[in-house]
Design a binder for this molecule. Structure first.
Ligand SMILES: [Zn+2]
Length: 259
């Protein structure tokens, strides 16, 4: 084989010469070699542009809806989509393409199922978040950034006079700069849907300055929240895998997560 590896491309005629180990130079030569061959290529327009219809197949008989998913976890994702298929009430399994870094491209052929998955959630597998966002199927996968999760948050022990949508908005803005929806106030709590950055710790409480009443602290609870770390308050890893030092079980604000 050493002769083959050292031989110049084209020196060996007829039979295929595929080196077992390919050095940098050899790759260049192989690419060059390929370019010299008469390989049938897709038709090019006059300006050299690759001609294709990005929406080919989207209309007509086989509509498709794409989504990008991120499993925000240090756990393995084996079996995840079997489990999600039931949670998503899919009539039949959907094609899933696995990408790097726990990301996936999903392909739906039923619009109702796509809408349910995109607008529902938060989805969880083994307690960790599976975040699903729309994907146009045309952008490069690397251009689709998934860095946040949408959650309903509740603020508890609110006085009756403050049970309003306006005050909900005030508190919601303290946990996120992207407030998506203000819910109807509950009996003693306020509720809002917000987008939270995954890199940010969950806030266990918020404070607001209220006329006459002064500074008030409200406990925050997150609906269907994926598992988060009891040390730093971030999702996606457990206390065991946390990179932050545990300070006697308390964070800098003196609040202990969990119990
Ligand atoms: Zn942590």
């Amino acid at each position: 084989m050493s002769q083959v590896l050292g031989a110049a491309p084209g020196a060996v005629e007829g039979e295929m010469t595929i080196p077992l180990a390919v050095g940098e130079k050899a790759v260049d030569e192989m690419v060059q070699d390929k370019a010299n061959e008469e390989i049938p290529m897709p038709a090019l327009e006059d300006d050299g542009e690759f001609d294709f219809d990005p929406f080919d197949g989207v209309d007509g008989s086989s509509p498709r809806w794409f989504a990008m998913a991120l499993y925000f976890s240090s756990q393995r994702s084996w079996g995840m989509f079997d489990e999600m298929g039931a949670a998503w009430r899919l009539a039949k399994p959907i094609p899933v393409r696995k990408l790097e870094n726990n990301r996936f491209i999903l392909e739906f052929s039923v619009e109702e199922e796509y809408n349910f998955v995109i607008n529902g959630g938060p989805w969880r597998h083994k307690g960790d978040a599976l975040i699903v966002v729309p994907y146009d199927g045309v952008s490069r996968p690397s251009e689709v950034i998934i860095d946040s999760i949408d959650l309903w948050v509740r603020f508890y022990d609110v006085t009756v006079t403050l049970l309003s949508r306006a005050f909900t908005n005030i508190l919601a803005k303290k946990v996120s700069n992207r407030v998506l929806e203000i819910g109807e106030p509950g009996s003693d709590f306020l509720r809002a849907r917000v987008s939270l950055l995954l890199e940010e710790p969950l806030k266990p409480f918020v404070e607001a300055s209220v006329k006459v009443l002064g500074v008030m602290r409200f406990e925050v609870k997150y609906e269907n929240v994926p598992w988060f770390c009891f040390i730093c308050g971030r999702m996606g890893h457990s206390k065991r895998d946390c990179s932050e030092e545990e300070e006697d079980g308390h964070d800098q604000k003196g609040y202990k997560f969990g119990d």
